[in-house]
Design a protein around this ligand. Structure first.
Ligand code: G6P
Length: 396
């Protein structure tokens, strides 16, 4: 319990026993808690992403050695070198950002990396390995299942770092070390800017782990430049909101939608579908593109649009084949991809600027946030407080 007066404060336990707390200053302005010119916090937080990403990156790029530096992880180079595997734990959007991070770590550091919902992990009597690095990802730092997973790892002697937004939160304290996102307060129930900042924080870690191993200085330099370019690129996507509002018309009248992608693009599809169902109550399901033919193709029809996430990567042609499979069943296709001619006809398309290919998922997700927002807006939903959902789930 806390009693706050203009000239001081007192804290106590629930039984009234006084406690001693040391104040710490958090650098937020009151505008951070105000919608300002925006109709919704979700929209404001989408617009804040360039600045938020800038803060996640701030002071962490080390161009001298073409690497990154994350002081808060408190692990020496030799300890980072001893890591053989990375396991990322979180819930909801934090878990999906972890999927993007796992992919980055595996690609850049060539370490087996995997994300798992914290709730599943904590209940399956997991094997904890000494040379695995466990990462607990959470915006609020208060999600019960993620906290319980951290405690399970620690109880079994594992090493766990927090990737958290709220400074001094329970998970941050329980981990004792990690990476703060510095995304600023996120008020809308659905996560947008912290999702992006989490992916960026994991990219920083992936580069540091990679540069200690086989990632070359040239690749390190290329990736650092790619990260530094992200804020401006995100800004450019958000500025094209009217195009995305038009795309939303493709979805607003339907009851079901698929989101598909491959590899890291699949994680983008998962987040796009999650965002859409959270704010617009539209039934959206994410599927790995290659798995479509093992079941969901049966549900493709002119009434069920599919959003296809298509980075210009090694799997580009395979994604183009997916579009053909869907259109052969008369399913409408909305493509989210890069600029350039699409070798397959689609019903609607949005292109994001080219970045370093490793960061494609971060940019491809931004239009999907705005897509969910505009579908919800057209349907008149309670965007900042979707029914039945809470910002922070502190119960089991
Ligand atoms: C809730 C929120 C989600 C969030 C998840 C995890 O379900 O509605 O937006 O992704 O909790 O929250 P955390 O604070 O741990 O990131």
């Amino acid at each position: 319990m806390a009693l706050v007066r203009a000239d001081g404060f007192e804290t106590a336990t629930l039984d009234g026993g006084p406690t001693a707390k040391t104040p710490s200053t958090i650098n937020f302005t009151s505008e951070a808690f105000d919608k300002g010119e925006y109709a919704h916090f979700m929209r404001k937080e989408i617009a804040e992403q360039p600045e938020a990403v800038g803060r996640t990156l701030s002071g962490r790029l080390e161009p001298r050695f073409q690497t990154t530096h994350l002081g808060g992880i408190e692990l020496a180079a030799h300890e980072l070198l001893d890591i053989r595997r990375v396991k990322i734990l979180g819930c909801g959007s934090a878990y999906i950002a972890g999927c993007i991070g796992a992919h980055l770590i595996e690609q850049l550091a060539r370490l087996p990396a995997h994300a798992e919902p914290a709730s599943e992990f904590r209940y399956r009597n997991p094997v904890i390995e000494r040379d695995t690095l466990y990462l607990a990802v959470s915006q609020s730092g208060e999600t019960f299942d993620t906290l319980a997973a951290v405690q399970e790892v620690k109880r079994k002697g594992g090493r766990v770092l927090g990737i958290v937004n709220v400074v001094g939160s329970t998970i941050a304290r329980e981990c004792g070390r990690g990476i703060y996102l510095h995304a600023g307060p996120e008020i809308a129930v659905v996560s947008t800017k912290t999702f992006t900042c989490t992916a960026v924080a994991l990219a920083l870690l992936a580069i540091q782990l990679g540069r200690i191993r086989d990632l070359s200085t040239a690749d390190g330099g290329r990736l650092l430049a790619g990260l530094a370019a992200l804020p401006e690129q995100i800004d450019g996507i958000v500025a094209r909101e009217p195009e995305i509002a038009r795309l939303a018309e493709q979805l607003v009248a339907c009851e079901h939608a698929y989101f598909v992608g491959r590899s890291a693009g699949y994680a983008v599809a998962m987040e796009g579908a999650l965002k859409l169902k959270e704010v617009s109550y539209l039934h959206a399901e994410a599927y790995s593109a290659a798995e479509l033919k093992h079941g969901p193709l049966a549900l493709i029809s002119p009434e069920t649009p599919t959003v296809v996430v298509i980075p210009r990567d090694d799997l580009y042609q395979k994604n183009i084949s997916t579009i053909a499979e869907i259109r052969a069943r008369r399913g409408p296709v909305v493509a989210v991809t890069h600029a350039g001619e699409m070798p397959a006809p689609v019903d609607a398309m949005f292109d994001v600027p080219a970045s370093e290919p490793e960061f494609d998922p971060i940019l491809l997700n931004i239009p999907l946030q705005l897509l969910a927002y505009h579908v919800a807006l057209k349907k008149g939903c309670d965007i900042d407080k979707p029914r039945n959902l809470a910002k922070s789930v502190t119960v089991e």
